[in-house]
Design a protein around this ligand. Sequence first.
Ligand SMILES: [Zn+2]
Length: 285
Amino acid sequence: MDPGSPEERANAYDAVCARCGGPVAAGVGVLRHGVRGWDVYHRAHAPVPGPPPAGDHPGWHRRRLLSLDIGSTGNRPWRDRITAAAVRGSDGVARDWVLDLGSPAQKTSPGSDVRDPRAGSDVQAASPSPPAQALDELATLLADHLARRELLVVWYAPHVLTTLHAELLRHGLAPLADRLPDGVVAPVCDPLVLDRHADRYRPGGRSLPAVAQWYGVAHERPGDPASDARAALGVAVAVAVAYPAIARLSRPALHTEQVLWYAQQMERHPDAPAWPFEADAPVEG
Ligand SMILES: [Zn+2]
């Protein structure tokens, strides 16, 4: 929120500054939404809008986190194809894949307009791979992490994980659930769900760039899977650092709570895909 934005409201009546206790004449102060309603401040004393201050409490954010993002041909998870994928770990792990949708094994029409996600990015190693090989490597890496009961961070998991599920089936590969001992894809950490839950009434957009900016997380190239995966990881940690009650949840509880929070958040969108994903068969064409 910029100072002087439409959300900035002055006090209609004489009041007392919530920070210094001094008098604030009607019209010269500024209102901020506090715990018990609107607080009045001298303009110089108003808190700068931003997340709660970072705490040094323990929590899941101090464990090894792995963050996944994909590039895809669209937003129809049962139909669209994965064009690129990136995994970033809190321990420095960095893996990137570019899927060669034009390879002979594929039926995609040549010359399809797939932006090269490596352009201008820090990815040197990823040369185009046959999709089945890339998807199998990716699923192996993710399943290995989840089998250790560690959190997989995915910004808007229903899109990413549903698309991944359909793509694995499309290529005759085992989906993530079949690669896990108990057959359940968990624990997943979706920073979009966490942020919406933690700060439900914040005005402004909830795109990854907007949310990353709110938490002061670097996000150099929105839309680039590597940059998005790193930013999602940063936002997940930033939410946990700002909200001890979320950070304190055990990893299984964090997963289960997100199922409930997401259902509440999507109350008015009955067609929204389930969280963390839907295990449906791919659709061709
Ligand atoms: Zn004051």
